[in-house]
Design a protein around this ligand. Structure first.
Ligand SMILES: *Cc1c(COP(=O)(O)O)cnc(C)c1O
Length: 489
């Protein structure tokens, strides 16, 4: 199946792109992104067929339905990475926490956060394409925490791909920093910069747009790419677990095949929610998708009032930092799907130029047939963490935002699947504070106190980080980044 562009065609890009070219060069005409030209039907008969399929079999069937131009052997190798998740037969456990609330845990991969669900297989696909084409890629990432470790982990020692990962020194948690700086492989470069996440991101954007930098890469025969979540190569792997979790509910007889459910998604760049939206469009019985945010509540404003308004807004630091986002990139794909390319181009131009757009009343009504949204303040989130813990469920602050949406956004008493996007080990100081009241603990102390409180062990994969050798010790000023990367290459 081919891919088309969200903002229409400028006459310079091809009218349609294959899956592989859409993932190697993800930016389309007028700064748009790629979407599938049509969606396959994965309705009741597909679900019935795969009622007892394991995760990889289901994943293969979903990918096949998209008819993507990736060899079966590459897909098999990509999906085999799910064998290294905690339970090699089931990468995404579903846990019942209330009579009508189930948590689908997306964090059982190597970096303990949901980015692994897509980046693990994506790394294999991208590296294989680069090898087949005999091309070399530099993947650039700027991270405030989760994308960096997941990107390094997936591309480590893969052929034809090198990664340069920028993080703000002092701006990530200890665990996240250690996950990056202990990565020891020739094709990885981790660069701490003096500054905050915006500085890292701006430096990245400047390099991605810099003609001289690109010319220097060209001399070395290296193409530039980014591992961010607008890449459809990541989105396609984020469809599967929504379908899988639904089938788990049928298998455990919580619902009958065909019953509708709510999907409740902690959202930032909207990749996870978009996967749910496509699954629903392809026939998964979903009543609505609940969009949970933190105090950076642009998505709540959009879905409640039809306003995407960044005027007078700046990013607020919260205890769910992976959702501290104002420009939520994948919303564009929903706009395209509902309102077409001309309108999407117009709205995205308004957002770029005026920091604001407003949907019409009919457009808003259409969005609201499929989505509802609410946001959760840090203080409420901590109360949800404590309450869940008292009911024997330990969760992280991103997951906690779903509990607010579960409480306020449902208008029918239907079974709800909420998504847990990070393990407790990644955001331990906030959780320790919620459980015991202790303030400003470092990660190591917070991990200890949660483990004691919950009577569990700190997973070895996290504990070992604190004694692992530091392999990446570069910390520099912003203006030295370009030279540092060129030296690395
Ligand atoms: C990336 C991330 C999110 C947000 O997911 P999107 O697909 O960007 O909406 C939520 N929680 C955690 C822990 C994440 O790493």
């Amino acid at each position: 199946m081919n891919f088309i562009e969200t903002r229409g065609n400028d006459g310079e890009h091809p009218l349609e792109a294959t899956f592989s070219s859409a993932i190697l060069a993800p930016i389309a005409s007028f700064g748009g992104i790629y979407v599938p030209k049509t969606l396959p039907d994965l309705g009741l008969s597909f679900l019935q067929t795969h009622l007892n399929s394991n995760y990889k079999t289901l994943a293969k069937a979903v990918l096949n339905a998209f008819e993507i131009d990736i060899d079966a052997t590459v897909i098999d190798e990509a999906l085999s990475l799910y064998d290294q998740f905690d339970d090699n037969t089931n990468p995404v456990p579903l846990v019942k926490v209330k009579d009508d609330l189930y948590i689908s845990e997306l964090y059982h991969g190597p970096t303990r956060a949901f980015k692994d669900m897509a980046l693990q297989p994506f790394g294999v696909v991208l590296s294989s394409l680069a090898q087949q084409r005999n091309e070399h890629y530099l993947i650039m990432a700027a991270t405030s925490g989760d994308t960096g470790p997941a990107a390094l982990e997936t591309f480590k020692n893969r052929a034809n791909v090198q990664v340069a990962c920028l993080y703000p020194d002092g701006g990530t948690s200890d665990v996240q920093r250690l996950q990056m700086v202990t990565e020891d492989a020739k094709n990885l470069k981790v660069i701490g910069i003096h500054g905050d996440f915006d500085d890292a991101q701006n430096a990245l954007k400047r390099l991605l747009g810099s003609a001289t930098f690109k010319a220097k890469l060209k001399e070395k025969n290296i193409h530039l790419s980014a591992a961010n979540s607008v890449n459809f190569g990541r989105i396609i792997f984020q469809l599967i677990y929504h379908i899988y979790s639904y089938l788990e509910l049928v298998r455990t007889q919580a619902i009958k095949l065909g019953d509708k459910v709510y999907l409740d998604v902690p959202s930032g760049n909207f990749g996870n929610a978009l996967g749910g939206y496509y699954a629903m469009k392809m026939g998964l019985p979903v009543e609505k998708i609940l969009i949970a945010s933190n105090k950076n509540n642009v998505l709540t404003q959009l879905i409640k009032f039809g306003q995407y308004d960044l005027r007078d807004m700046s990013v607020i630091s919260t205890s769910s930092p992976a959702m501290d986002i104002l420009k939520s990139s994948n919303v564009e794909r929903i706009l395209f799907d509902l309102f077409g390319s001309e309108r999407t181009k117009e709205l995205m131009a308004q957002l770029d130029n005026d920091n604001h757009y407003e949907l019409s009343a009919t457009e808003l009504a259409e969005i609201q047939t499929m989505f509802a949204a609410d946001f959760c303040e840090d203080k409420e989130g901590k109360e949800y963490i404590k309450e869940a813990f008292e009911n024997n469920y330990l969760m992280d602050p991103h997951t906690a935002t779903c509990f607010k949406a579960y409480d306020t956004c449902r208008d029918k008493p239907l079974i709800t699947i909420a998504y847990s996007t990070a393990e407790w080990t990644k955001f331990s100081p906030t959780i320790a504070n919620a459980l015991t009241g202790e303030q400003d603990a470092n990660d190591s102390d917070a991990l200890e106190s949660i483990a004691k409180e919950a009577n569990i062990n700190i997973p070895a994969i996290i504990n070992d980080l604190f004694s692992k050798e530091i392999a990446q010790s570069t910390i520099i000023d912003k203006q030295d980044i370009e030279q540092e990367i060129l030296n690395f290459l």
